[in-house]
Design a protein around this ligand. Structure first.
Ligand code: PHE
Length: 351
């Protein structure tokens, strides 16, 4: 299972559909990485890209990560992803509806092999529209429409479970109290993690590209970072913005001993996992730490579990994290490689 997809000679995905939506004139890419364990799931990312090729790369890389995410979370699904390349006019409700209609056609054309969900830039209302247009192929509609609603809280809970397990592994303590934590990204998930960590007695510093969120950060009693948190003297770093934060250079410069966060595709390339490992930084693979939202959606909407049972499935991310970190220490390979081995084993068990 390779995640370097476009850089490799082998096309690892089952399907990649790219089109300029006939109604909206907006570019859409939908990647289905694997349906081996069940229909592919993955969010719909609505974002501007400097180059349309970057949107395709994002779709394929994120779809492959979703396959691992589902396997490691024990969900009977494969990975997919939809990317809508925002030309800058998708806040206009009419244009937005046209692009959702175009996207719905692509999803319908995949015949149930791909079910979408929320991701950066897409809302529960978007999921509602897609659900209606596709006859049910989306997760996380608003609760009022019969869906499981916003998945941010469950994603944050999953990250906290991974943080606690990571903290036990690295600092040999089950309490995070007194630790210095830097959070990069104060969006819907990052802000919830920040609050939860502050209430556990951590010293929390937030770095956020959007200056307008500074008041919110300070009103929550958190410190606004002056510079780049990557090189700051921290115990824990939480990447909670878009991916690609950890490059070979930043991994070498990183001073935090533990890195855990909800951002997808945190590493710019596979080699970064080894650099972090050699640098003495324990990195909990993003595919493990970020699974809370999807676990919540599938448990609630597909498996019919109640909130309590669902919360315990989300909390099980802690046990998975502990398993990966222990195995990684025992066999002296990176947590990334360990997670991949476990995902491959799970796939075999399912076959
Ligand atoms: N954006 C979510 C993720 O990356 C995808 C998701 C899909 C979440 C379906 C909830 C439900 O994991």
């Amino acid at each position: 299972m390779s995640r370097s997809d476009l850089q490799s000679t082998r096309f690892d995905h089952e399907v990649l559909r790219v089109e300029r939506g006939p109604r909206s004139d907006v570019a859409i890419a939908v990647a289905v990485h694997s349906t081996q364990a069940g229909p592919a799931i993955g969010g719909c990312r609505i974002k501007s890209y400097p180059d349309w090729r970057d949107g395709i790369t994002d779709a394929t890389r994120l779809a492959a990560a979703m396959t691992e995410k589902c396997l490691l979370a024990g969900l009977p699904h494969g990975g997919g992803k939809a990317v809508v390349m925002d030309p800058g006019n998708l806040h206009d409700v009419d244009v937005r509806h046209l692009v959702l209609e175009d996207l719905a056609d692509v999803i319908t054309g995949l015949g149930g092999t791909y079910i979408t969900g929320p991701d950066i830039g897409s809302t529960p209302e978007d999921m509602d529209a897609i659900h209606q247009l596709t006859g049910g192929l989306s997760f996380c509609r608003p609760e009022a429409s019969g869906g499981s609603g916003n998945s941010s809280n469950a994603t944050a809970q999953g990250v906290i479970a991974a943080l606690v397990a990571g903290g036990e592994h690295v600092f040999s303590t089950s309490s995070l109290s007194g630790l210095r934590v830097g959070i990069i990204g104060y969006g819907s998930v990052g802000s919830l993690i920040a609050e939860s960590l502050a209430s556990r007695g951590c010293t929390v510093t937030v770095a956020e590209a959007n200056q307008q969120r500074r008041d919110d950060v300070e009103a929550a009693g958190l410190e606004w970072a002056r510079g780049d948190l990557l090189e700051e003297d921290l115990d824990i770093l939480v990447p909670a913005a878009v991916g690609g934060l950890l490059s070979p250079e930043s991994a070498r410069a990183c001073r935090a001993r533990l890195v855990v966060g909800p951002a997808n595709n945190q590493l710019t390339d596979e080699g970064v996992a080894s650099i972090l490992h050699e640098n003495g930084t324990t990195w909990v693979p993003d595919v493990v730490a970020s699974a809370g939202g999807i676990i919540h959606a599938v448990c609630r909407e597909e498996m019919g579990l109640d909130e309590q049972e669902t919360a315990s499935r989300v909390a099980a991310i802690g046990a998975t994290t502990a398993e990966i970190l222990a195995e990684s220490r025992d066999v002296a390979i990176t947590p990334q490689a360990t997670a991949r081995n476990i995902a491959a084993r799970r796939l075999k068990e399912m076959a």
